[in-house]
Design a protein around this ligand. Sequence first.
Ligand code: NAP
Length: 264
Amino acid sequence: MNPVALITGASRGIGRGIALALAAEGHDLVVNYAANAAAAAQTASDCAATATAAGHEIRVEVCQADVADGIAREKLVAFTREHFGRLDLLVNNAGVAPTTRADILEADEASFDRLMNINVKGPYFLTQQIARWMIEEQASAPASGNPPKIVTVSSISAYTASVNRGDYCLAKAALSMLTPLFAARLAEHGIRVYEIRPGIIATDMTQAVQAKYDALIANGLTPIRRWGTPDDVGRAVAAIARNALPFSTGEVINVDGGFHLRIL
Ligand code: NAP
């Protein structure tokens, strides 16, 4: 039986990269998205083709749900239970940037509330629901060898001040506490919890600031002088899913080209 992974925000960008990497390793998938049904369908068919090329037969289901909405989160969990009856991996990836970047002396509450709802409340309460289900599963049929896992995609913005998107930085800083909390709470149930902290990754989210980041990277912002790709993040999640870190939980994996290094 294939392991099953649920990836939020898998229609585009990093979530799509994670879905493709997991498909290549033979995971059945739930591809979640918010609004872009065509992109989600494309990801699903590309995942199926990727798995076939790698010699795996997988099932991919697509489920629309806004992670900020409690009823939609319940629907997403029910959908996963109904279609697969089990879950080995939750990837909290869905997230948004502010619609317009605004100096912290000007930024408004509406943008703050939107980001906190999607980027923090959504993954926190989805994780709570999934954790309860995983605990149930572990009590009835404990995983042998490869424990169930929860991976959350935060950002270098969790610790980097960008004064024209304070709401995003605050949301990612708050999100970074999700992993230690659930890692501590779920260890006794044999569930492992990790954070992936991407740097500057080429997706729709960063398209508007491409020229700015091109110049910063060329000038040495990241020791590895290139943009990251969704595949870079996908490979890191696939390694965790493969149980490459069996005696680690609550760990932060930086996928940032070395951005976090302090260099003298
Ligand atoms: P992206 O290209 O804009 O894709 C965002 C994805 O999230 C899409 O699949 C979108 O679905 C989905 N989504 C948005 N709001 C949602 C909601 N309320 N409920 C469910 N799904 C929702 O963004 P990305 O760059 O891949 O970012 C993915 C994650 O990585 C985010 O958490 C982001 O903060 C984080 N991150 C990104 C970077 C970067 O440089 N790109 C760096 C660090 C961290 P639709 O297609 O339906 O809109």
